[in-house]
Design a protein around this ligand. Sequence first.
Ligand SMILES: *Cc1c(COP(=O)(O)O)cnc(C)c1O
Length: 413
Amino acid sequence: MGEYILRCVSGGEVLPEHYTLSCSKHPGLLRTEYSARQLTVRPELPGIFRYIDWLPVHGVLPTESRSVTFQSEELCRELGLPNLWITFTGYYPERKCLVPTGSFKELEALPTTVRLSENGGGTLVVASAGNTGRAFAEMAARFETPVVIVVPEDATKNLWTVAEPKDPEKIKLVAVRGDYTDAIGVANKITEKVGFLPEGGAQNVARRDGMGTVMLDAAVTIGRMPDHYFQAIGSGTGGISAWEAAMRLWEDGRFGSSVPKLHLAQNYPFVPMVNAWKEKRSQVLETDMPNAAEAIRQVSAHVLTNREPPYGIPGGMFEAMMYCGGDMYAVKNEEAKDAGRLFADAECGIDLDPAAAVATAALISAVESGAIDRSSTITLNITGGGYARVREDFSLTQVPVAFTVNADEVPEL
Ligand SMILES: *Cc1c(COP(=O)(O)O)cnc(C)c1O
């Protein structure tokens, strides 16, 4: 189970695994190759680990967290899409989706925590706009894996755990006076210290293959790969993951002979990848994000505001789009809000993460413009939601801020 090698997508060489994030000779991503060419789902394993065949881990952790794919009769009717499937990762007990931190970042955190412990361990350093940090805080609270979480100052309120930390000392929260990009900068400087490891973001195969389980869950539940896949993107890692999972499903042979088209959305006015893709450019340029700081302040979904997405690198977002086809969408706050309300009305009042509302709005606009056929099979990746229900069902523990620093400072950890 989980037997794999790491291959450099640029040079093709196989790299040794010690939580390896990159190839020293080539730019671009590493990709896992699993010895299991066909996927065996293992429902006897906890949560996401039912997909262990295609996760870069050998062991598991006790968890209930995984995506759940279902059809919402009301949304299907409301949108006129008979073959719409929701793949939900968040907290929605009525649909048996029990991800306590509420977003698909937990799909990243679980396999990453195992991958790190199987390859030497260390203190992970995670830069986050909020959701990734909360997912790793939960890991630290439950499994006592040490983590340094670096977030923009105004995101610290979103850093809580559902489990009471067994050892609070294991979680160090650093607040940065600045935005998400500033937090990434501070995190990078911390990882220069001995014993501190970068989580890796898009470079971390455990993150990508963990997020790829969304596509696996969709295909396994529907019985084949969807024709269209909708997701909101910030770094685009989830989009790359969907592509890689689809290639594995294609090779498996039982889930259809074509990969889904990717329909990826950002939150207007901060839409660098949308702007690059509209011109079919393979690189994101500064001109794709005019007045970036101000644009970032205006969006409702801050997890979608990565200024240095892995777009143009080998194995990155642009290649995924070229391979799969599809489109990118710039979604306004108002459209996202309306879409979120539509979802809540159809599904037990579940509040969507603002990013998931952006994805839902993109689906609505693609359907209304006639870009996709109403009868096609669609997966809408609801990347987060159910926070209000989490607050009702659990008493949360706020993660205290250990350090507050300026963007050019490094905390004395
Ligand atoms: C991080 C995040 C996204 C964007 O995912 P990327 O892989 O960074 O593009 C979308 N929705 C939610 C809820 C997220 O937390």
